[in-house]
Design a protein around this ligand. Structure first.
Ligand code: ADP
Ligand code: MG
Length: 256
């Protein structure tokens, strides 16, 4: 296996909150274009894992390498610029901006328009604005939100808001997309649509995707590999089939 293909590699990743160990000695290796699931009951450390990768919180110990370089201690904005994007478990949309403005504002995170450029408005500024507009148009179309472009984000139905969050994450042109419970609150039909979209995103943009869920159903059909957490510990990693049949998963997670 060539190491060049390794996109994300964590080792010994540990995070404690005042003695409560939220994640213990977690390790995962992710290659370009992989779709990997991380599942586990509530409180098992899934969101903590994303928070550590994206610089929202700092590990007590362990390493996080993205494209071969350590990103521990880097600011979130820098990590986004390197190519990691995420969605949050709860909505983080700008409710008073339109749908299109939400995506445009995210597009600027990867290529920030500096204070001077935004006053001078030279050719580079013009090009960045045009590029952001093009990305927004494309992503709104992909997510089935074109008709809603001019509505306020807060006025969208819940399922549309969840897809808008993914559009925002994609607007930063990530190589790695982290989705935190993207199917939460969706009905089974919306969940099927979402699974198809995640595959399309991977195929079209070549991104690797980590999907966190506490529900196994979406994950099983979508992911090539799954890591199972329980109270901060990795209890198994494998294909959907291996995970489904793992005794510790059945016992600790499925309750039988
Ligand atoms: P999951 O996303 O799998 O539901 P989390 O990663 O959010 O779990 O949380 C793992 C554990 O860490 C939980 O016990 C949670 O209460 C605790 N935890 C998470 N974030 C914090 C924080 N900022 N302060 C204190 N405890 C936290
Ligand atoms: Mg969570």
């Amino acid at each position: 296996k060539s190491d060049e293909q390794v996109l994300l590699k964590t080792t010994g990743l540990t995070k404690a909150f005042r003695g409560l160990v939220a994640l213990r000695d977690q390790a995962i290796t992710l290659r370009a274009r992989e779709i990997v699931g991380v599942i586990g009951p509530n409180g098992s450390g899934k969101s903590t894992f994303f928070n550590l990768i994206t610089g929202f919180s700092q590990p007590n110990s362990g390493q996080i390498e993205f494209k071969g370089r350590s990103i521990v201690g880097m600011r979130t904005s820098r990590i986004v610029a390197l190519g990691i994007a995420r969605t949050f478990q709860g909505s983080r949309l700008f409710g008073t901006l339109t749908v299109r403005e939400n995506v445009l504002s995210a597009a600027q995170l990867r290529q920030p328009i500096g204070p001077i450029a935004s006053v001078v408005r030279g050719p580079l500024y013009q090009r960045n604005v045009a590029a952001a507009e093009a990305i927004a148009t494309e992503l709104l179309d992909l997510m089935g939100l074109t008709d809603q472009s001019d509505r306020l984000a807060a006025d969208l139905p819940y399922g549309d808001q969840r897809r808008l969050e993914i559009a925002r994450a994609l607007a930063t042109k990530p190589e790695l997309l982290l989705l935190d419970e993207p199917a939460a609150g969706l009905d089974s039909n919306e969940t099927k649509v979402l699974a198809g979209l995640i595959r399309t995103i991977r195929d079209r943009y070549g991104v690797a995707v980590v999907v966190v869920e506490h529900d196994m159903d979406l994950i099983m059909g979508l992911c090539e590999r799954i890591q199972v957490l329980a109270t901060g510990e990795v209890i198994c990693v494998g294909t959907p089939e291996e995970v489904r049949n793992h005794p510790r998963v059945r016992e600790a997670y499925l309750g039988h």
